[in-house]
Design a protein around this ligand. Structure first.
Ligand SMILES: [Zn+2]
Length: 412
């Protein structure tokens, strides 16, 4: 999620044509890879057209995306009234990236829906708004049971995918959503939240943001307590948006693998939202995953390494995936589009229907099917399973007996 900025009308027109261009890109790719004439024997896997290979991979492995801001669009545009913004119809005319038809076209198998609320809200307001965003995700699943199934574990996500539904997982974006209360954190877990990004765009009472002045040198002692409590609960620690020192602190403290649900590689684009190489090295030791973001400003930097806006393409996403694979291995890469949290998506990945084009590009680049499976979902689900395993291992621990940092009433 990022604040909106004005964009050129021409790019929006391109966006509206997205569904068509995904299909034509795939047809072109499959035409290139399928020159063989028909024959009596079933085709060997090597001769299988690229589009058919992608379709098979999407059936076999849940394409798992780390971050989609549809719930925020529902709040911002329709005050969470599902009748006022119907994702059963096309949202393309609204310049949105997500609706049920395009999720299906994109082969999305599992989606972490972000229950983002603005970092500028006061603690009580942020907690209430987060509860309302969790509620709207649950109401969506209830309204569209043929399309969406709530999931709180990796096994539930796989089962939903096998049943032909989009597994709907809940991720919180920013520690402000807890009102800085471990009691609230525990109850948000009970409501289904399965990751929490430690900050959004602002440094808060216990963690430094990548895009604000640092106050804690990373995580404060309370912040480290939050990480340990998330491990105990089985909630994945998400390090997108946090400062590099907060990333390093969390990786040192965490007893479970972590995610970056929507970030890129800083060596490819030197933006503070991206992950430095030394953190990638620590992430490898942790077993975690960077789910590569599609937001153009984080993908392609301007001359001299300055963050750049616009002009990003599917190939830029591949460059970030390539770098993380080269640096720490393909087991540590995933996908975190940030659809409906950005205004303009990369050319070739204009909306949620375009994931097949990305998978086709990886196969065409020489990624094995096992590697593509890892990137498209297996790695992220492994992290969720890792968080679940840590929680089982820590089941004997007592809940952290720590008062909220923000206590609205005077102490007795
Ligand atoms: Zn974000």
């Amino acid at each position: 999620m990022r604040r909106p900025a004005p964009r050129a009308a021409a790019r929006r027109a391109l966006s509206a044509l997205s569904a068509l261009s995904a299909l034509s890109a795939l047809s072109a790719l499959s035409a290139l890879s399928a020159p063989l004439p028909a024959r009596a024997q079933p085709a060997a896997p090597a001769a299988e057209p690229l589009a058919a290979r992608v379709a098979r991979l999407l059936r076999e492995t849940p394409l798992t995306d780390g971050h989609n801001d549809l719930p925020w669009q529902l709040r911002k545009r329709a005050r969470n009234q599902l009748n006022a913004l119907n994702i059963g119809e096309s949202t393309a005319p609204l310049k949105m990236h997500t609706d049920l038809a395009r999720l299906k076209e994109g082969g999305v198998g599992a989606q972490f829906w972000s229950v983002y609320v603005p970092a500028g809200l006061g603690p009580s307001e942020a907690l209430q708004a987060t509860l309302e965003q969790i509620d709207v995700v649950k109401r969506l699943a209830r309204r569209f049971p043929e399309h969406l199934t709530l999931a709180t574990t990796a096994a539930e996500a796989r089962a939903a995918h096998r049943a032909g539904r989009v597994a709907s997982l809940i991720g919180m974006e920013g520690g402000h959503s807890t009102a800085h209360s471990l009691g609230a954190l525990r109850q948000l877990y009970a409501l289904g939240a399965r990751y929490m990004t430690l900050t959004h765009t602002k440094t808060h009472l216990w963690a430094d943001s990548a895009t604000d002045a640092p106050r804690h040198g990373g995580l404060s002692p309370f912040g480290e307590e939050v990480v340990r409590e998330m491990n105990r609960l089985g909630m994945v620690v998400d390090l997108s948006h946090v400062s590099p020192d907060a990333m390093r602190d969390a990786l040192r403290v965490s007893r479970a693998p972590v995610l970056f649900t929507h970030s890129g590689a800083r060596a490819v684009c030197d933006h503070p939202r991206n992950v430095p190489d030394d953190v990638l090295d620590a992430l490898k030791r942790n077993g975690g995953v960077v789910m590569v973001v599609f937001l153009p400003g984080y993908l392609r930097c301007g001359a001299g390494g300055a963050p750049g806006e616009g002009g990003a393409t599917l190939d830029d996403v591949v460059r970030h995936i390539d770098h993380i694979k080269a640096r720490v291995g393909v087991a540590h890469v995933g996908l975190g589009g940030d659809y409906d949290g950005m205004d303009e998506a990369p050319h070739g990945l204009e909306d949620v229907s375009k994931y097949p084009a990305l998978l086709a590009a990886l196969l065409a680049r020489g990624y094995s099917e096992e590697e593509v499976r890892a990137v498209m979902g297996e790695n992220a689900l492994r992290v969720l399973e890792g968080a679940e395993a840590a929680a089982r291992a820590l089941a004997g621990e007592e809940p952290a007996d720590v008062p909220p940092l923000h206590w609205v009433e005077p102490a007795p």
